[in-house]
Design a protein around this ligand. Structure first.
Ligand code: G3P
Length: 478
């Protein structure tokens, strides 16, 4: 069927028996761009059976061979960067250059995962018994890391390739099988990425990609008894999944409200550059975007002016033209952003630019003099609109940051390193960046959210460890 992209199971591309498909709407044209299969629950069951069989054989495949295949997939992925990036442009309106970077970064991530994997998993432990009271030296415990089984990977729309491979790479090197459920927007880019793994020659059934409606297969997948690990990145759905998940180990990266705390002694040009990059790259659709600026009153006017000048230079338009600001992913997302903006307007925020929207395209907007009674002070717009809250003490800034339900990342700008470290310690977030906007990468750094921002820690090394269990064998001497 040339019209509807096939799903991937048991090493082949398949048409769903449902006879149905899911439309992917181009955020820029707001027309259907692609269609993917609407898989059924029965098909999910079949995929699971195949994955179970493939996993057993894969776990016995030498680690160096697993790494070799991952290196091959990484190289193929990079070779295919242009067509995959084109899907990202059409499906999620990612600016053309960023779309290419996402694919290249993904190839690098897969290679790095293979390299780390052979080291981390190539090492075990030996313990002896006589260190614990009452024991002689007659027990030797050998422990090593074994795979969990079948990993269910659910990446979000904003990095459908990169946040898929950040789960796939660690799962595979550790000896797991994989079921990928890509986001609707980004599904075709994800299928193309899976094709690169297919071309690399992984065994049949080891990697699977099912597409479809969340209402039909979403809960069915996350509650499936065959799943041994769920790695999810996205929004509130993650909280619902974790409440129902039971005994399955979880890795969750959810929303954020990353605060940017600016002190009086900060380098204000650096601050302005990072507010623009941190708050507005990919139109603010990053969980690590700067989502609230908490700035000392005495420097606020200067920084607001500097940011305004930079925002005026951003290009706004289609992703094909590599515009800085592109349409947000869906119309409902644009409506949600607009709701936050209107609420702030009614409650008296100062608009540094005129609010402008055409379809899903929203022009960059800085909202000054935002107060805690406005929704945008707490909620995550996931769009190119950024609130500024003026503070009179550092404590006020820390208090606002910690009063959020989220705790992904945050940043602090000051030339006083002692203060920066004390503020970092006081901020209840998984990471604090000193003198730079929040970011997940480099991808081997640990990445984690506190509170509603997540469960567990990601980053290449942590993800490999998370997707394994420790297995011990104890030798008992007479
Ligand atoms: O929004 C997903 C999150 O992982 C952000 O990644 O690389 O934009 O900091 P990054």
């Amino acid at each position: 069927d040339g019209e509807v992209y096939r799903y991937y199971a048991d090493g082949e591309w398949r048409v769903s028996t449902s006879g149905k498909s899911v439309a992917i709407v181009n955020p820029t044209t707001r027309q259907t761009q692609y269609r993917v299969q609407a898989c059924t629950q029965e098909e999910v069951n079949k995929v699971m059976e195949g994955a179970k069989v493939a996993q057993k054989a894969w776990a016995r495949t030498p680690l160096w061979k697993r790494a070799e295949l991952l290196h091959k997939a990484a190289a193929i992925l990079k070779e295919h960067k242009t067509p995959i990036a084109e899907c990202l442009v059409k499906e999620i309106a990612k600016p053309a250059k960023d779309a290419i970077s996402e694919v290249v970064r993904s190839g690098d991530l897969v290679s790095y995962t293979a390299e780390e994997g052979v080291r981390i998993l190539g090492e075990g432990k030996l313990l002896v018994s006589d260190s614990f009271p009452g024991n002689e030296r007659n027990k030797y415990c050998l422990s090593s890391k074994i795979p969990l089984g079948v990993v269910l990977a659910i990446p979000p729309f904003n990095y459908p390739v990169n946040l898929a491979v950040s789960k796939i790479g660690p799962a595979l090197i550790a000896g797991n099988a994989l079921i990928l459920k890509p986001p609707t927007q980004g599904a075709v880019a994800a299928l193309h990425m899976v094709h690169c793994f297919h071309l690399a020659g992984f065994p049949k059934g080891l990697i699977n990609c099912v597409t479809g409606k969340g209402s039909e297969i979403g809960d069915f997948l996350t509650l499936h008894p065959g799943v041994n690990c769920i790695s999810f990145t996205g929004g509130d759905t993650g909280i619902a999944i974790s409440k129902k998940a039971g005994m399955v180990p979880l890795q969750m990266e959810l929303g954020g409200k990353d605060a940017c705390i600016v002190l009086e002694d900060a380098d204000l040009d650096l601050v302005a550059a990072n507010i623009v990059k941190g708050g507005f790259s990919y139109s603010g659709q990053r969980c690590t975007a700067v989502k609230v600026v908490l700035i000392m009153e005495s420097v606020a006017d200067i920084v607001v002016e500097k940011v305004k000048a930079k925002l005026a230079k951003l290009t706004v338009g289609p992703p094909e033209a590599d515009s800085d600001i592109t349409p947000v992913v869906t119309e409902s997302s644009a409506n949600f952003i607009e709701g936050l903006v209107m609420d702030a307007k009614e409650k008296g925020a100062t608009f540094c630019q005129e609010y402008r929207r055409e379809g899903n395209l929203i022009w960059p907007l800085l909202l000054d003099h935002v107060r805690p009674d406005m929704r945008i002070a707490w909620e995550e717009p996931f769009g190119p609109v950024l609130p500024v809250i003026r503070i009179n003490s550092v404590e006020e800034g820390i208090h606002h940051c910690n009063a959020s339900n989220f705790g992904l990342q945050g940043c602090v700008f000051t030339k006083d390193i002692n203060k920066a470290i004390m503020i970092s310690d006081a901020m209840e977030t998984g990471t604090v960046q000193i003198n730079s906007a929040p970011a997940r990468g480099p991808d081997h750094f640990p990445f984690q959210g506190l509170k509603d921002s997540g469960i567990g820690s990601q980053g290449i090394i942590n993800s490999i460890n998370m997707m394994t269990k420790v297995k011990s064998t104890v030798i008992n001497l007479p």
